[in-house]
Design a protein around this ligand. Structure first.
Ligand SMILES: [Zn+2]
Ligand SMILES: [Zn+2]
Length: 384
């Protein structure tokens, strides 16, 4: 058993190095785990590019930090457990945790005592939030992201034990699928007529990379009608046809007016019931709202980092059509196991395992990051 552990470290924007850290000693209630698969997420790409302000305008606003061991979408196997005094280590649902168990680790650690922790169960609104992959790794225990040989899991983390039949590829999608809980929120509005997201609804998804694909799949599994995917990657537009997209629109081959005409043409002139923004492009907000019907729902989930402003017209875009605008950052940790269950129950319908299109050892994180930014990839993972 080596005392030295290697990890990929994002030193500063544009710079990744392999560094060695001492194998950490566990505090009570902590785990040491061996990452099996760690997704590369949009926030990792932004972190690499340096546009890394998250939670802007809230008490938990952060930049970076650098240096950090990236990797917050983690599937891992337990190496070492240090249970709390007098108790056994257990996961979120009380399942006992032992050496060799496979787990999914929710990215965020909450303080449990702030106002939001006491009032917002299931969400990650903690004023003192700490997120794996986005923590300063210059201080012990250093190994606080999944792009490493070993990862330290703090006491109080939300851990989910998974059964043997769940593949690593499905488990690694649990996090982005749990972000698609935005559609469950939209469903909540459907108790009123013509509101929210109902079965048979026309859904437009802007940006069908991994996050957009998860939303598209979730919309399909929750009973959407026509689903329209919009992207500028031909690879991705073709890819999502096997995962529930009925119509695809290439941004580079159409104008905003043509896209609007297409959506109106597919909805008897009314407009889409739901538009989901997963492109991380600010200009999609006003364009997407133009595609909505009266009382339609816009889900803004593509901006986990601050990429700047866009102008909207409050009358035209918000009031005139009585639209609902749902903004979402991060995920519902209560959605992790339900997301895995949803995929497992529909495994014969959709090939979830093939959504992971590229795998890289953490030594080659840089190549992985670059590949994840290319249009010919879907989910790229670090796979030691
Ligand atoms: Zn993520
Ligand atoms: Zn808190």
């Amino acid at each position: 058993m080596s005392d030295v552990v290697k990890a990929a470290v994002l030193i500063e924007p544009g710079k990744i190095e392999i560094r060695e850290y001492p194998r950490p000693k566990l505090e009570e209630g902590a785990l040491l785990v061996r990452p099996l698969m760690s997704g590369i997420c949009g926030t990792d790409k932004h972190g690499y590019q340096g546009d890394a302000v998250q939670y802007a305008g809230t008490p938990r606003e952060i930049y970076g930090p650098y240096p950090a061991v990236p990797g917050h979408e983690n599937v891992a196997v337990i190496e070492e457990v240090k249970s709390s005094r007098g108790g056994k280590a257990v996961d979120f649902y009380g399942n006992e945790l032992n050496h060799g168990d496979r787990i999914v680790i929710s990215p965020d650690i909450m303080c449990g005592t702030c106002y939001w922790c006491r009032h917002s169960f299931g969400y990650t609104w903690c004023d003192n939030i700490r997120s794996y992959g986005h923590l300063d790794c210059s201080v012990p225990p250093h190994l606080i992201g999944g792009w490493a040989e070993l990862m330290y899991v703090f006491p109080g983390s939300h851990i989910f034990k998974i059964s043997d039949d769940v593949s690593d590829q499905i488990a690694v999608l649990a996090e982005p699928m749990a972000v698609a809980y935005s559609l469950d929120i939209a469903k909540g509005f459907s108790s009123l007529p013509h509101e929210g997201f109902s079965s048979g609804d026309c859904v437009v998804v802007f940006g069908v990379g991994p996050l957009g694909l998860c939303h598209l799949l979730k919309a399909r599994l929750l009973g959407a009608g026509t689903i329209i995917a919009v992207d500028r990657s031909e690879f991705r537009l073709n890819f999502v046809k096997s995962y529930g997209a009925d119509v695809t629109i290439d941004v580079d081959k159409t104008s905003a007016q043509e896209r609007r005409d297409m959506v109106l043409g597919l909805t008897a002139g009314r407009g889409a019931d739901v538009v989901i923004e997963c492109a991380g492009a600010a200009e999609v907000l006003p364009e997407g709202i133009e595609l909505l019907r009266q009382g339609g729902t816009f889900i803004e989930v593509g901006h986990f980092v601050d990429v700047g402003d866009i102008q909207i017209n409050p009358h035209r875009h918000l009031c005139a059509k009585n639209i609902r605008l749902i903004g979402q950052m991060n995920l519902a940790y209560t959605g992790i196991i339900p997301s895995i269950d949803l995929m497992m129950k529909n495994r014969d319908r959709f090939d979830f395992d093939s959504i992971v299109t590229h795998r890289y050892h953490f030594r080659d994180s840089l190549e992985g990051l670059i590949q994840s930014m290319r249009p010919n990839s879907m989910k790229v993972v670090i796979h030691p």
